[in-house]
Design a protein around this ligand. Structure first.
Ligand code: NIG
Ligand code: FE
Length: 421
């Protein structure tokens, strides 16, 4: 058995709970001053104050077990961050299209002209498995250094059977090799490929009949996702696909109301999706439906920033009682960053979320968006020992130090896996 004890923690932020926090409850972090966390093997066995801790728990040497101690005086300890929406396995980059966007062309016009997602599809189809594996590995290392201990990753840059499966298999291998846990999502309907142009429904049928059965048989994904957007997949097509995927055993997510208010959020609630993501253009009805449901509203502020679009109305959503999660949306086009510090600062300054709400959104609500709330997302007895130590004495430094990484150490499954130099 191995035992790790984090002692003298200036500010311990357990977050607590195994259910999504909605509305006002997003403020509740259950902060403990002068705290301690103990992890035995990979599981948390103590969360509380130093005062309530009997000395033996930390120091005892029963059965030859020595306890590794980290003194966290002047530091903050939080659950590991959960980045619940990314597209981190892709070939090539689209820096020239970024310049076109800077010169005034819109994201959707670039896509309509055969670039955008299609550019990344071409590069990902050409990329060898090993190449995708290595770029994926590097990206995971970088995410870990910013405190991410679980990440979701989507396919969707193949739009054909082989490449979609290749992306998912890369993530399956990375999940075995890298300490960051990966939750995979099948995003076959990310766009209609050129050979199915104008025949979106037929492409969806191809996916349902030819690709999804293999994804399920080989256990390659837990979620199904679709880009429900004007000019991509309609609400009807999205509903058709998600209900089929759900029947086959996948949980659902939707890229909803990103550019145009189409009704993807309302659909997410209707089909019982685990999350509705983006929501820049969500309608008032969509917010109400989300607030009355168990569907998590996942906001991706770095995408709004990169697309130079108005930010999602996080304040209105939280004040209406939604459960909000935050994620990076890291991808080569609309959001070429997985910077958690940037997301924290944008959420505070541009979406007017409090730091407490931001932490909830990146921890327990992110876990709920991945249906992993019983294992991760908060620090409590029985959950995985996934946590981060910040080099500052309180959470109030997090948004304030704009875009700066405050993570000093990352602990995953009870082991120290990253220390800042
Ligand atoms: O979440 N909008 C759809 N999908 C991604 C972007 C994909 C891309 O541009 O490569 C998103 O923004
Ligand atoms: Fe996305």
């Amino acid at each position: 058995m191995s035992r790790l004890a984090l002692i003298n923690i200036e500010q311990l932020v357990p977050v607590s709970g195994t259910a999504p926090k909605r509305g006002k409850l997003m403020m509740e972090l259950n902060i403990i001053t002068n705290g301690c966390v103990i992890i035995e093997d990979s599981i948390i066995t103590y969360v509380g104050t130093m005062n309530d801790l009997s000395e033996d728990i930390v120091l005892n040497n029963n059965n030859g077990v020595t306890t590794k101690i980290i003194d966290c005086s002047g530091k903050t300890v939080l659950p590991g961050f959960i980045d619940s929406h990314t597209h981190f396995v892709f070939g090539g980059y689209r820096e020239q299209e970024f310049k076109m966007r800077l010169a005034g062309e819109s994201y959707m016009d670039i896509l309509k002209a055969g670039g955008g997602i299609f550019s990344s599809v071409n590069m990902t189809r050409k990329a060898e498995f090993d190449e995708l594996y290595h770029v994926g590995m590097n990206r995971l290392n970088h995410m870990l250094s910013m405190g991410v201990t679980t990440v979701e990753g989507k396919s969707g840059y193949g739009l054909d059977k082989d490449t979609e499966l290749k992306q998912l298999k890369v993530m399956q291998e990375l999940n075995k090799e890298h300490v960051v846990d990966i939750v995979s999502t099948f995003l076959g309907p990310h766009s209609v490929p050129s050979d199915y142009k104008g025949r979106g429904k037929e492409y969806i049928d191809f996916i349902i009949n030819e690709v999804l059965p293999i994804v399920l048989e080989e256990n390659l994904a837990e979620f199904a996702d679709i880009f429900c957007e004007k000019g991509v997949f309609s609400v009807e097509e999205s509903k058709y696909y998600l209900l089929k995927a759900k029947k086959l055993g996948l949980k659902c997510k939707i890229h909803a109301d990103e550019i145009v208010s189409l009704g993807g959020s309302e659909l997410a609630v209707q089909v019982g999706a685990t999350s509705a993501d983006h929501l820049l253009a969500v309608s008032d009805q969509g917010i109400k439906d989300l607030a009355d449901s168990d569907t998590i509203a996942t906001l991706l502020p770095a995408t709004a920033f990169s697309l130079d679009e108005p930010f999602a109305k996080a304040r209105k959503m939280i004040d209406s009682g939604c459960s909000v999660a935050l994620a990076s949306d890291f991808n080569p086009g609309s959001c070429p960053t997985h910077s958690i510090p940037l997301i924290i600062s944008l959420s505070a300054l541009k979406m007017h979320m409090t730091i407490e709400e931001i932490i909830t959104a990146l921890t327990i609500n992110g876990a709920c968006a991945l249906n992993k709330q019983n294992e991760i997302g908060s620090l409590e007895i029985g959950k995985k020992g996934d946590m981060i130590i910040l080099n500052k004495p309180s959470i109030d430094f997090m948004a304030y130090h704009l875009g700066m990484n405050l993570v000093e150490q990352v602990i995953k499954n009870g082991k120290i896996v990253w220390i800042s130099k």
